[in-house]
Design a protein around this ligand. Structure first.
Ligand code: MN
Length: 207
């Protein structure tokens, strides 16, 4: 059974003006699709691997034969990271999208970072400093929220961590609209963050 690219859970223009429709078409239909295709190619002769979920592959890369491990790490990571990324975003002005978080995740952010504004500042700083392509993440570990970054398509899942939210800082995520201004993209991105979905992930992380 081959891995498949799910359609976006909203329209391509749903994140306008913060993330433009052309970027979303290229990002989902071309970049994400390529990761899925390359992952399928990597495991084509390994039905025992193809039977696992992408997250299962990434959580145990040592179980992947060395000859295809880098391909699974890169393209499996690219597949799973974008699956998560689309899911924690939502249409502008939809309930629970943008603005400040509410509920349990808001309380945990306040406890661990001092408040939502402090958290945003720390997350944006970390994501700005990620050199080259990579991701910014919020994970829940040891009873606390923690900001981490990874290079390329590496994921905290491979470190045994459960990601609650992520932001893509590859240039393909923002270059058409923001060119070299990664901090402007990072600042605008919070307007399309889906706190309802993130609060659900936080509940799973605690369980
Ligand atoms: Mn991307």
């Amino acid at each position: 059974m081959a891995y498949e690219l799910a359609p976006l859970p909203y329209d391509y223009n749903a994140l306008e003006p913060y993330i433009d429709a052309e970027t979303m078409h290229l990002h989902h239909d071309k970049h994400h699709q390529a990761y899925v295709n390359n992952l399928n190619a990597a495991v084509a002769n390994h039905p025992e691997l193809a039977a696992k979920s992408v997250d299962e592959l990434l959580a145990n890369l040592d179980a992947v034969p060395e000859a295809i491990r880098t391909a699974v790490r890169n393209h499996g990571g690219g597949t799973a990271n974008h699956n998560l990324f689309w899911s924690i975003l939502g249409p502008v002005n939809a309930p629970g999208v943008g603005g400040a978080p509410t509920g349990a995740i808001a309380q945990q952010i306040a406890a661990d970072f001092g408040g939502f504004e402090e958290f945003k500042k720390a997350f944006n700083e970390a994501a700005t400093k990620q050199f080259g392509s990579g991701w910014g993440w919020l994970v829940f570990t040891g009873g606390k929220l923690k900001i981490v970054t990874t290079g390329n398509q590496d994921t905290p899942v491979s470190q045994g961590l459960y990601p609650i939210l992520c932001n893509d800082v590859w240039e393909h995520a923002y270059y058409l609209k923001y060119q070299n201004r990664r901090p402007d993209y990072l600042a605008a991105w919070w307007n399309v963050v889906n706190w309802n979905e993130i609060d659900k992930r936080f509940a799973k992380a605690k369980a």
